[in-house]
Design a protein around this ligand. Sequence first.
Ligand code: NAD
Length: 494
Amino acid sequence: MTTFHNFIGGAWVAPSTGDYFENRNPADQQDVIGRFPSSGVADVDAAVVSAQRGFDRWKRTPAPARGDVLRRVGDLMAARKEEIANLMTREMGKPLAETRGDVQEGIDTAYYAATEGRRLFGHTVPSELASKWAMTMRRPIGVCGLITPFNFPMAIPTWKAFPALLCGNSVILKPAEDVPHTATVLVEILLAAGLPPEVIQLVHGMGEVVGKALVEHPQVPVISFTGSTETGRFVGETCGRMHKRLSLEMGGKNAQIVLDDADLDLAIDGVLWGAFGTTGQRCTATSRLILQSGIHDTFVERLVGRAQALVLGDGRTAGHEVGPLVNEAAREKVERYVQIGKQQGATLRCGGARATGGALDSGFFFQPTIFTNVTAGSRLEQEEIFGPVLSVIQVATVEEAFAVNNGVRYGLSSSVYTSNVNVAFRALQDLDNGITYVNAPTIGAEAHLPFGGVKETGNGHREGGWEVYEFYSETKVGYVDYSGALQRAQIDNY
Ligand code: NAD
């Protein structure tokens, strides 16, 4: 069995604990990918000391030169795209088309970061005093602790690491326990592209040990966390107490609304992709389908037929459309919610059980599941399941559809299918989400636009796009008075 290491202090090293955990293919539990460090607090401490040295050097590297490194990272990722997609599917299960997309998101993020190296704008504005210059500029902050989830094993670490690095910070990456291999390859690529070794550290291990130690470390002033709202709450409490800069991207309960005037074929394709792609394990997954009464019965009938026809299996085999859940705990959680749905009076229209038979018996497969007659406010409708379970809610009007969409504690993405342009624009205005799609599913973020959610999905920051560069840099203001005299602001000019 291959043994993998942490990357700390500029070298691949064993954990101080001497402990390791096994990483297995969720589509085939007999397939062991390797063993990875189950690191301890001492490993995080060592990573921080090294990352501080890395920061001292990297912050002095001009931003365009930092961007050049990230351009080479993009080139290397593009050259290894197929290989990375394969190992990612083996590691977390989603089909190759989706893991290729995951790598592409990383490539796009790298090239975007490369160009930002030649922008990283501050502002120059007029001073209220004569012969005085006023401007803002961006400064790096320090060591950034990045804690990432399992569902986008390449894209999400790149969303965090590339802008953090471009801004001149050093980075400690703590990937999810289920996807340590993809993170290892990402670090290999950063090093191969010429990133000075101590600028990046990789510490594998359990969230409650390594993640917690990173969050609590006084010399890590920036934490960026993507994961569940429950874990994010602990992270937020600690960072609040320690006055850290914190970006939280957390859970979702995203809805697709289909109105009576929608293109139904388009909407069915959209909901199948949104609900069952990545086996429903996307933060932007469509877990609620809000149907207007006029099309409800026809739509459900057609949708159930299509969902039942989806082909499950190892995502590396052509023709397999839906992979396994990431681990047994995830599958048991889905089973619990199926029971909750039944107990609360929803109608199970398809799925609802483990998918078994042949090769499926070796993995964590679950049938695509659709409940109808789901009541707004019920647990099935309110809570994040993170699996292939779609809840259908029937509504009479556009107003009711919008109210149901907004009636959850999360606010990541939403989607509305309609041919009425006025309703489309009202949706953009009135739906309480960070992202609203019109005539497209709830998923489909692009690297050069800000990504994130409102309410308990996030804490106001965004990943991606230009906004994330604000998070990873400190705004500094410079005033230069070239009048040769004392000029008192707010006094001498009034
Ligand atoms: P998770 O919360 O279980 O784990 C996320 C990360 O946090 C992992 O690396 C884990 O090891 C670490 N962690 C666990 N306990 C910790 C602690 N006490 N202190 C510090 N770190 C700790 O989430 P997951 O199951 O990997 O991912 C699924 C969740 O992520 C879902 O809720 C999903 O909606 C969310 N997600 C959100 C977005 C977004 O952008 N909003 C994107 C992807 C996933």
